[in-house]
Design a protein around this ligand. Structure first.
Ligand code: WQD
Length: 351
């Protein structure tokens, strides 16, 4: 059984990817220092897959500690690197925190990939590398534009670091550019656990609906779009997770045509913020308390993916509908309402 290291395995996309990997025959270990996640999430993962998942509570910015974990698992077939800070707003307030955490952790990992000749590396990137695209949908050949935030720069720089490093190694890599990950595993046992007040739209919707937030603000309804609100490509986290399994399968079976390839992971459907809110109201059967407010600095007006490449080369497609994204997100929000430990995470009181 091939063993895979998932960094950030207690995080939102990491935990869902562990489920998909195990269900497709991989053995998985995790590194997560739980600085922005709860180790309780792995309990949900273990209930879904029916086996225990080992997490090394290690800070990837500590090279010696990272080296020791990889040395102990030198038989790794691949690494999927999720662990990073991802708040656009926080990165604007604390750029050095983001450059140090997101880039040093990546560099330490890549040093270990080289040292132990780990065959394959999958990097968690983001559509944010495209900035405000002139033409949509964006393809992987759409030229990146200046990022809108230090977070976005860490993804652009991260892609360059992986690409340049892998070229001179015996390993192969894939860069996965996520659009907007939303929703939760249909079991209701794992999902997104934003720390503190959620910045992202869907957790802000579900927390408003459940009463944790008093009222949602729609950031801008004067954009040049069909209803004035921003357009995004929302993708269910389980569809996103499966793409990582397919990316590893692809690299392990040596189907890649270059040492480092890049793929968009979006549904190809542009949905406005107001349409997303109305989908939630339809699915939940309840009216959402929201107001129309001013634009949010740094927001991209409209972006959605051309995902032909992931379909043609990875054999990937998005299966979950927008309604299913909202339904699973709402189910998860209701499930954690009574769980104080998860609430502590959301209030930022991490263990
Ligand atoms: C989406 C739309 C907001 C909250 C960022 C990163 C991206 C990825 C996902 C990590 C925007 C509007 C939001 C609210 C609102 N990060 N909104 N009221 O900014 O598209 O993408 O998060 O994986 O890399 O760039 O996502 O969910 O924050 O915003 O109106 O309370 O919802 O203005 O138009 P974004 P988002």
């Amino acid at each position: 059984m091939k063993k895979i290291l998932v960094t950030g395995g207690c995080g939102y996309i990491g935990s869902h990817t562990i489920v998909d990997l195990v269900q497709h025959g991989y053995e998985v270990i995790s590194i997560d220092n739980n600085s922005r996640s709860s180790s309780r999430i792995l309990e949900g993962v273990e209930r879904i897959v029916g086996k225990s998942i080992k997490n090394y509570k290690v800070d990837l910015c500590n090279y010696d500690d990272t080296y020791a974990v990889i040395q102990e698992n030198a038989d790794l077939a691949g690494i999927i690197h999720f662990a990073a800070y991802k708040s656009v707003g926080e990165s604007v307030e604390q750029p050095l925190l983001y450059f140090e955490n997101n880039l040093l952790s990546l560099i330490n990992l890549l040093k270990c990939v080289d040292e132990f000749k780990i065959p394959h590396f999958v990097f968690s990137s983001s559509c944010t590398v495209y900035g405000n695209p002139d033409i949509i949908p964006v393809t992987e050949e759409t030229p990146p534009k200046p990022a809108e935030s230090p977070y976005g720069y860490t993804k652009q720089m991260g892609e360059q670091i992986v690409s340049e490093t892998i070229k001179h190694s015996v390993s192969t890599a894939i860069l996965l550019r996520y659009f907007n990950p939303v929703g939760a595993h249909p079991s209701g046992l794992i999902g997104e656990l934003p720390v503190g007040k959620p910045q992202n739209l869907v957790p802000a919707i579900t927390q408003t609906a459940i009463g944790k937030i008093q009222q949602l603000t729609v950031f801008g309804t004067d954009y040049p779009t069909r209803d004035g609100s921003c357009v995004r490509d929302f993708i269910h986290v389980c569809d996103l997770a499966h793409a990582h399994t397919l990316a590893l399968d692809y690299l392990i079976s040596l189907k890649n045509f270059s040492p480092c390839e890049v793929y968009n992971l979006g549904t190809g459907n542009g949905v406005t913020v107001l349409e997303a809110i109305h989908a939630f109201e339809r699915v939940s059967g309840q009216k959402l308390n929201y107001q129309l407010g001013p634009r949010r600095a740094g927001d991209v007006v409209a972006i959605y993916a051309n995902n032909d490449k992931a379909r043609d080369f990875l054999g990937w497609e998005a299966n979950f509908s927008l309604d299913e994204m909202m339904k699973t997100a709402w189910q998860w929000e209701q499930n954690i309402r009574s769980d104080e430990d998860f609430y502590a995470t959301q209030k930022g009181e991490l263990n």
